[in-house]
Each structure stands twice: as C-alpha cells, then as structure tokens.
Design a binder for this molecule. Structure first.
Ligand code: FE2
Length: 213
C-alpha cells in the first residue's frame, strides 16, 4: 500500500504572515511529497509495501538502512509537524498540559524560551521536540531525520529547523522563524491530545503505536 501525502490540516494561507502559503507550497508540496514518493519507490523495490510507516521506520533503524530510515522518518516527522500548527491565536495552553508545563519549566514562557534556544542552537538540520519522558516534560533536539518513533520519548510538539522550513519567509534567520511560530502558530489542543495519548489517533498514517516507544 503506497503512502499518501497527507493534506494540510489548515488552509495554505491560514498561517500567514508567520508562515506563508509559498513556504507551505514548497515545504509540504515539494519537500514532504518527495519523502513520500521516495519511500513508495523503495518499498516497491524491497517488498515491504504492506508494513505500517512506524514499522518501516523501526525496521530500517534496526537494520541500518539509513536511506529508507531518513525518508520514512521525514514522512512521519512532517505529518506530525503540520498537526502541531494552527492559525494564529486559535488555541491556547491550558488544563493539565499548562499545569505540567508550569511544574516542569516554571511557566509557559520559560518552556517556549527553552525550545527557542534549543532550536536556534541546533547545529545543521534537525527537529526540536517537546516530549514526555519518564513522566516529565523535556525539550530535546534530534539531528537530520531522527525521530522520537525510535526513542523512549512520547512526542508532544515539534518544530522543523531544517533550512527549507524558513528560508523563503525568514532567509537565514532561524531564530526569528522559531520565535514567530512558537508565539503564534502552536496548536496547543494537539499538544494536549498527545499528552493524553490520543493526538495521533485520527491522523491518516500516524498509528498511535508511540505509546510503546
Ligand atoms: Fe521540513
């Protein structure tokens, strides 16, 4: 079964001015799509085309097939990333998530600052994540296509810090991109659902198997 490029969960202009429709045309329509096309091509060649995306990522990691791992992990990371975004001001940090953030970081602002510092300081391509690990919230970053799917961490929120994520709107100014997204576009409802373990259930190709990661 071939993987499909998931639709964006918002209108392509809905994140402006913080993330332009042109950025989404390239980032979703070309970069994300290229990972989907590449994985489908590789699966057709090696007969793994009935496996789930998460099984493919984990098996490729186990066997050291970095090409398959990188492309499959990038499908998953991007599909998760789009769902972490929402039109400006449409959701807010609240409830149990807010309580945990205040307990583990001191405040929502302190958490966002920690994510911003981690993302801005990450050398080269990668992703910065808010994860749940051993019952506590933690900010971390993984290089290139690396993904919590193969780590003992439950992903709650991610931010793509590959250059292709911001170059059209922010040129080389990664910190400005990070600040703009964190302060305006985070889908806190999705982050809260991930904390409850149900956020991925409705995504077309994101099995909820992360709970056993
Ligand atoms: Fe990306």
């Amino acid at each position: 079964m071939a993987f499909k490029l998931p639709d964006l969960p918002f209108d392509r202009a809905a994140l402006e001015p913080h993330m332009s429709a042109e950025t989404l045309d390239f980032h979703h329509g070309k970069h994300h799509k290229a990972y989907v096309d590449k994985v489908n091509e590789m699966l057709a060649e090696n007969g793994m085309d009935d496996a789930s995306l998460i099984d493919i990522i984990r098996k490729a990691d186990d066997t050291g097939d970095r090409n398959l791992f990188n492309n499959a992990a990038q499908i998953w990371n991007h599909s998760f990333f789009w769902r972490c975004l929402a039109p400006p001001g449409s959701t807010r940090l609240s409830g149990k998530l807010k309580t945990m953030v205040e307990c583990d970081f001191g405040s929502g602002e302190a958490m966002l600052e920690k994510i911003a510092i981690e993302g801005a300081g990450h050398f080269g391509s990668g992703w910065v994540w808010l994860v749940l690990e051993n019952g506590k919230l933690k900010v971390t970053a993984y290089h290139d296509a690396d993904t919590p799917v193969v780590h003992a961490a439950v992903p709650l929120l991610t931010l793509d810090v590959w250059e292709h994520a911001y170059y059209i709107d922010y040129r080389n100014e990664r910190p400005k991109f990070i600040e703009s997204v964190l302060n305006n576009l985070v889908n806190w409802d999705f982050v809260a659902l991930n904390l409850e373990g149900v956020g991925l259930a409705s995504a077309d190709q994101q099995p909820l198997a992360l709970a056993d990661a």
